[in-house]
Ligand binder design. Structure first.
Ligand code: HGY
Ligand code: MN
Ligand code: MN
Ligand code: MN
Length: 396
């Protein structure tokens, strides 16, 4: 399984993955998923939002147990973030069949589309649409860096963009969703456990900062005559780090676009994206407000105009204790329970469906990078844990 998936969308130079929504690499991942489903005699379908489902039992049955994750990646992402959850789901099903498990509830493996939001800027598009947390109109307004709209990209990939939208009937048929995911941190490495349970997802969001100045010649424009947007942008990046440290939060300007982006041209526009997250809402609010205040002060000083747009926000997700405790019991009760700053489809779906997450140890904690890794033994431990959980939930 892994061997067929691993080469898809992998950049030969960096070794990172570039599996962006509705691109060729995404299509290849979708083909891989369908092949895995059909090779196991599962009923395969794609829903109106482009999420893929592989069913054992009646796809229209009630109280289904669903597992899975996503296959798309961030730019130069790692091999495990998303795929580990999908591959482990198929492997756990294989394990349950090997055990001779008898399913008493429908079981599905899902691949949620566009979880990372790497191309259109909004994370968890497939699950947000299904859960009614993103309207068709808002989704149709999404554009990628080349100006291609989400509807156009979906249409090019053979999907009907006018069909997207809430899927409450589908979610109402799900009794439990369990997502296995590589840990994006070192908590399990520090506690010495191969597998853990999620307690919560921190509140987190994305804000776009547009610094508009005056494009001009880099060689002939006196410093005193400049309205250079790069200067307040640079001060804002440093302010973000400073304010995050003060508040015990995290803040990152990881993406920037400069116009006209010429070595010998003072920029007319510098567009930067802030990703900020904190264990509690008040710390996040403090950071976001302080960074914007610092940005406005710096922009005013340079005669630069600033527009700040909140592009996405996900409030804190506390995974329900009932399902989490049931999983802990099924797994012998000794698992560490940890919060995370990473967003997940499970976080989105938890508003509609009883949801839990299993984390697999990541020895370095590195993620969203080609260096992301999880050891073979830990991945196997994750598969066994997921199989135990699915057996406990779906084979009563
Ligand atoms: O950004 C995130 O936290 C997730 O990987 N989409
Ligand atoms: Mn990710
Ligand atoms: Mn992920
Ligand atoms: Mn995620």
């Amino acid at each position: 399984m892994w061997a067929e998936l691993a080469p898809i969308g992998r950049h030969p130079g960096t070794g990172g993955y570039r599996r962006y929504a509705w691109t060729g690499a995404d299509a290849d991942c979708r083909t891989w998923f369908q092949e895995q489903a059909e090779a196991r005699g599962l009923t395969y379908e794609t829903d109106r939002n482009g999420n893929q489902w592989a069913w054992l039992g009646d796809p229209l049955g009630s109280d289904a147990v669903v597992t899975g994750s996503h296959l798309d990646s961030v730019p130069d992402g790692g091999a495990f973030d998303g795929p580990l959850g999908v591959v482990s789901s198929f492997a756990a099903l294989d394990e349950l069949r090997h055990r001779g498990a008898r399913f008493t509830r429908p079981l599905a493996i899902a691949n949620f589309g566009d979880e990372e939001g790497a191309r259109f800027g909004l994370a968890c598009v497939g699950s947000r649409l299904a859960a009614g947390q993103l309207t068709r109109e808002a989704a149709h307004r999404l554009r990628d860096g080349e100006g291609v709209s989400l509807p156009q990209a979906m249409e090019n990939a053979g999907y009907d963009p006018d069909a997207i939208g809430p899927d409450p009937e589908r979610l109402a048929r799900i009794g439990a969703f369990v997502e296995l995911h590589v840990e994006q941190g070192r908590a399990l490495d520090l506690t010495g456990h191969p597998v853990g349970l999620a307690s919560a997802i921190w509140p987190h969001g994305r804000w776009r900062y547009d610094f508009a100045g005056e494009g001009n010649h880099a060689g002939t424009t006196r410093l005193a005559d400049r309205r250079d947007p790069m200067l307040p942008y640079a001060e804002t990046v440093l302010a973000a780090r400073r304010e995050a440290e003060l508040a015990g939060a995290v803040a990152t300007f990881g993406k920037v676009a400069v116009e006209p982006n010429g070595v010998n041209a003072i920029p007319s526009l510098v567009r930067g994206w802030l990703d900020s997250r904190a264990a509690d809402q008040s710390a996040l609010d403090t950071v976001v407000a302080a960074v914007e205040a610092a940005a406005r002060e710096a922009a005013d000083r340079q005669g630069v105009d600033l527009t700040v747009v909140r592009e996405s926000f996900t409030p804190v997700v506390e995974f329900g204790h009932a399902l989490r405790d049931e999983l802990a019991k099924l797994l012998g009760g000794e698992l560490p329970v940890l919060g995370t700053g990473a967003g997940h489809d499970a976080g989105i779906l938890s508003a509609s469906v009883p949801t839990a997450m299993l984390f697999v140890r990541n020895p370095t904690g590195v993620s969203h990078s080609p260096a992301e890794h999880a050891g073979e033994d830990d991945c196997q431990a994750g598969v066994r844990a997921l199989a135990d959980v699915l057996e406990g939930l779906a084979c009563r």
